[in-house]
Design a protein around this ligand. Structure first.
Ligand code: PMP
Length: 320
């Protein structure tokens, strides 16, 4: 992050704003664990030049890597989908994650695992990037202010649709997140934190960084995995919790009208965890009306969030 000392467009050098100490966290980059200030990659890395690479966002609870195996499986699946061969084993990647947690004494936190295409030429050709780049950052994350977890938040439907499966399947967790960032900007510009993205056929798919669920008459519904969504690991866990708790859960396509008619809406993600969306603003192109879904967090969302919290604060947080 930098703070401009001049007007946009001037050539004056900008002064960095320190959001972290320079030496923390200790970060794994391409074979070494180094202080943050030395954690650098080549400007020829195609991860930087083209968003060519894959990543995972993973929670650490009670010193354990939550759903570690599922994150390993997903990053390997994402890499395979873009023809990127990860040159270390899943066990080695997990060891890296553990080393980074230890080095930074993290008990509850967040891991960002990144595999880039690696250093290449200025052209697009990925075959000219012989060695993938591997980065592991163990740090903290808070996606939304705490009070929104208690009271729920307002979200807006994005004008920008989610990228269609046939262009760049959102099931691939690639470093190319501009579709999500530009959608999220639609919320930020309104002073909100999150958007609901529709796919190009007008069905609800997900948030910019989380999956979406609705609750209607006690039944929990979420879009299916081929609806232009990331197949979220928290999404899967919440579906399992529903099954365990005797709550009917279904994967079903639905449009915005169905969402607005729901009793409850909530979002899930590794970073987001579980958070209620209590108000939804329609797209400006559709009139921009705001619908209240629920007064605060609804009872089903609350039960699921409680069950989720029970698991992640327990001594044996599941790593598989
Ligand atoms: N959708 C998108 C676009 C995301 O970036 C994320 C966060 N990784 C999610 C959904 C939630 O996935 P998960 O529960 O695996 O974190």
């Amino acid at each position: 992050m930098s703070q401009s000392t001049t007007k946009p467009g001037d050539m004056t050098i900008t002064a960095p704003v320190q959001v972290h100490q320079e030496d923390k966290p200790l970060i794994y980059v391409n074979g070494r664990i180094v202080p943050r200030s030395q954690a650098t990659v080549s400007v020829y890395d195609h991860g930087l030049l083209y968003g060519d690479g894959v990543f995972e966002g993973i929670r650490v609870y009670n010193g354990r890597i939550f759903k570690a195996q599922q994150h390993l499986d997903r990053i390997w699946a994402s890499a395979e989908a873009i023809g990127l061969k990860i040159h270390i084993s899943p066990k080695e990647m997990l060891d890296l994650q553990r080393k980074c947690i230890e080095a930074n004494e993290i008990v509850n936190g967040y891991i960002r695992m990144i595999v880039t295409r690696g250093e290449g030429t200025l052209g697009l050709n990925p075959n000219l990037c012989p060695v993938p780049g591997i980065i592991c950052i163990a740090d903290q994350i808070r996606l939304y202010p705490q009070e929104l977890y208690e009271n729920g938040m307002k979200v807006v439907v994005a004008e920008r649709p989610r990228i269609p499966v046939e262009c760049l399947d959102p099931r691939i967790k690639s470093l190319n997140y501009l579709n999500n960032i530009l959608a999220k900007t639609e919320a930020l510009d309104k002073g909100l934190f999150e958007v609901i993205m529709l796919n190009t056929e007008g069905y609800v798919c997900e948030g910019s960084g989380d999956n979406i669920f609705l609750v209607k008459d006690g039944v929990v519904i979420t879009p299916p995995t081929d609806a232009s969504i990331l197949e979220g690991i928290t999404r899967r866990f919440v579906m399992e919790l529903c099954a365990k708790m005797g709550i009917t859960v279904r994967e079903e396509l639905f449009r915005i009208e169905t969402l607005l008619d729901a009793d409850e809406v909530f979002l899930t993600g590794s970073a987001a965890e579980i958070i209620a969306a209590t108000e939804v603003e329609e797209r400006a192109s559709k009139g921009g009306a705001t619908t209240r879904i629920s007064e605060g967090e609804g009872p089903v969302t609350n039960k699921l969030r409680q069950a989720f919290t029970d698991v992640v604060t327990s001594a044996d947080v599941p790593e598989d």
